[in-house]
Design a protein around this ligand. Structure first.
Ligand SMILES: NC(=O)c1ccc[n+]([C@@H]2O[C@H](COP(=O)([O-])OP(=O)(O)OC[C@H]3O[C@@H](n4cnc5c(N)ncnc54)[C@H](O)[C@@H]3O)[C@@H](O)[C@H]2O)c1
Length: 259
């Protein structure tokens, strides 16, 4: 018989979670939160030193964490990160596939093929490679849960960022498809779609204060989010409190897509 967890329960004790794009922004904040929920966290990004520093901070707080260098554009690197998580903590149960990149804001015919390919390869290919190596590990562990980071740009679109929107729409489709592939094998796969969050990706795209202010004004809540504001929804979707949720897209956007 299925055990029904108490509503709001985000206990991740005994679970091991790999987080990609964990060196800063949303991934760093989520890693800290997941550790506070009891998970053993493996922080992965290309910037190993930054991941190590965050992991050390988690351990100093009494949590369990370690760091691994991972480039989600490189299949071998992702495979090695999953193996590292299993070797370090004994198994892998959870993953937050959050690494992502952004390109220049240009109309489509001015987007260079190399940039288009890079953005698709990191944002969509990275989620594919991550799930491709994580899912066998989750099956070995007897089941688990994955959250992939899309964007409101994976649900609606914004001008000038065609490759980014295409990659994030792809993340939504790939995640839903994988969710139904593994729904009977104890693996849940969901998507978080953030609106505007104060991180390098956003400030790299909207690189002047007036553009950021306009984005905040265009958001029903009248502001952009801090990276920590995404952590709760990620932990919820990874936890048993979300036991009947799979193939879903959770927007966390201050009402942006509701308009
Ligand atoms: N900030 C926003 O407004 C916003 C909105 C919607 C979606 N997102 C998504 O949230 C995710 C996290 O971004 P963020 O806002 O924290 O920005 P950020 O730039 O602070 O973080 C991006 C992270 O991804 C990592 N990364 C990039 N390329 C990588 C690669 N090839 N391999 C491994 N790691 C790589 C970076 O090192 C960094 O840790 C991204 O997928 C982004 O598209 C952000």
């Amino acid at each position: 018989m299925t055990t029904i967890p108490a509503p709001g329960h985000q206990d991740l004790s005994g679970r091991v979670c790999l987080v990609t794009g964990a060196s800063q922004g949303i991934g760093a904040a989520a890693s800290r939160h997941l550790a506070r929920c009891g998970a053993s966290v493996v922080l992965g990004a290309r910037k190993l030193d930054a991941c190590r520093e965050i992991a050390d901070g988690i351990v100093a707080e009494g949590g369990a964490a370690t760091a691994v260098r991972v480039d989600v554009a490189d299949d071998d690197s992702v495979r090695a990160a999953v193996e590292f998580a299993e070797q370090t903590f004994g198994a892998l149960h959870l993953a937050f596939n959050n690494a992502g990149t952004q390109g220049p804001s240009l109309p489509l015919h001015e987007q260079e093929p190399e940039e288009y390919a890079r953005i698709l390869d990191v944002n969509l290919g990275g989620v594919y490679r991550s799930m491709r190596h994580e899912i066998p590990a989750l099956l070995r562990a007897g089941g688990g849960a994955i959250v992939n980071t899309a964007s409101v740009g994976g649900v609606i679109v914004a001008p000038g960022i065609g490759p980014y929107c295409a990659s994030k729409h792809g993340v939504v489709g790939l995640s839903k498809s994988a969710a139904i592939d593994y729904a009977r094998q104890g693996i849940r796969i969901n998507v978080v779609a953030p609106g505007s969050v104060r991180t390098d990706i956003l400030t790299g795209w909207l690189d002047d204060p007036a553009a950021l202010e306009a984005m905040a004004e265009g958001t029903p809540q009248g502001r952009i989010a801090e990276p920590e504001e995404l952590s709760g929804v990620v932990a919820f979707l990874l936890s048993d409190a979300a036991s009947f949720i799979t193939g879903a897209v959770f927007t966390a956007d201050g009402g942006y897509t509701a308009v």
